[in-house]
Design a protein around this ligand. Structure first.
Ligand code: RAM
Length: 343
């Protein structure tokens, strides 16, 4: 009886200490002497571009699911807004706490590379998911969809949404340094040039991963350019903001909007017809897959140049190129299917 009571007491103390460690790191305090390494399993730091986005909340949900299956600890921590300096600070804190793997979705491939290399020098495995850093600053990258496929998807969705293959178009992006958005923009322009040469790309404006800012840059632009045919939104959080701007100016039905969309953010617009389609992959699966890759990298069961690796319920994930693993194909949401998704 006494023994069980003692165990309970220790269990309680253990969980209190863990909570305190998590709270301290959330406040941005350096924990000089504490190690987050659990008795069993490795510790993985999962860093999103920013935390105030249901996309990244869902990624953490998938990561925790994988962590439970693998018996590892995943600490999810990122800046509230898309701030690369704060991402670097979080990496440095994870290094001091001697994490085993650091897995990042980067706001800037160059600015984050020095912190990733400091982690490598400390013997920590570094990897990326969703948005890459320079290849020498990480081992593997988990890409959500092929870059070419994304370029084609954006343009074909716009052709269907706008009902034309020509005109003047605006792109509203994330931060101007975002590696995945910059590559998608390059690919969509190349695809359009090859297939629909009447599409003119007039401007690319950053909404800085902020819904209100995405709305405001669109309002300002469309006030001066009301004959715009369509707006591409190449980051999830921008889409509702851009549609709100189009509605506010009474341009609905005249200026088409399409791009990436997180179902929970775009559902009302799909239902009221102001958005006909938007694409995404499963953010839950990208978080889940990232943790399987982190564990395999740590164990040495996957390396650059492999062909595939097993990732739990996702089955075998395929390599595309020697250091990139593919999650899958983007999925297109419409008013008919959006209720099937709960992220
Ligand atoms: C935002 C981020 C992320 C992107 C999604 C669709 O959450 O920019 O990198 O992949 O949108």
């Amino acid at each position: 009886m006494q023994f069980i009571g003692l165990l309970k007491l220790f269990g309680l103390i253990g969980s209190k200490i863990r909570q305190a460690l998590l709270a301290a790191s959330a406040l941005g305090l350096a924990i000089a002497c504490a190690s987050a390494v659990s008795a069993q399993g490795i510790t993985i730091g999962l860093i999103p571009k920013f935390t105030s986005d249901p996309y990244f909340v869902a990624a953490n949900q998938g990561a925790q699911e994988a962590a439970a299956e693998l018996g590892v600890t995943v600490e999810f921590n990122g800046p509230v807004g898309a701030d690369v300096t704060e991402q670097a600070n979080i990496i440095d804190r994870f290094v001091r706490r001697r994490f085993d793997v650091i897995a990042v979705s980067a706001n800037d491939p160059d600015a984050l590379a020095p912190a990733m290399k400091r982690a490598q020098d400390a013997g920590i495995v570094t990897m990326t998911w969703d948005a890459d850093v320079n290849p020498d600053a990480r081992s593997l990258f988990l890409n959500q969809a092929t870059f070419e496929g994304m370029g084609r998807t954006f343009v074909e969705m716009m052709v269907r949404s706008a009902g034309t293959t020509e005109g003047d178009f605006l792109i509203v992006t994330a931060v101007l340094t975002a590696p995945n958005q910059n590559r998608w923009i390059k690919e969509l322009k190349e695809y359009a040039a090859a297939n629909y040469p009447g599409m003119n790309f007039m401007a690319t404006l950053p909404g800085d991963e902020d819904l209100e800012k995405s709305k405001n840059v669109t309002l300002n632009y469309l006030q001066g350019n009301p004959d715009t045919t369509g707006v591409f939104t190449v980051t999830g959080i921008a889409t509702p903001g851009v549609i709100e701007a189009v509605k506010q100016l009474g341009l609905e039905g005249k200026v088409a909007v399409t791009g990436l969309g997180v179902p929970s953010l775009i559902r009302p617009y799909l239902k009221d017809g102001s958005l006909t389609e938007a694409a995404l992959w499963s953010p839950i699966d990208i978080g889940y897959g990232a943790i399987y890759i982190a564990q395999a990298l740590h164990d040495g069961t996957v390396k650059r140049g492999d062909a595939s690796m097993p990732a739990g319920r996702l089955g075998d994930l395929q390599f595309i190129g020697e250091d990139t693993i593919l999650l899958g194909d983007p999925f297109i949401f419409t008013a008919e299917n959006v209720d099937d998704f709960d992220f």
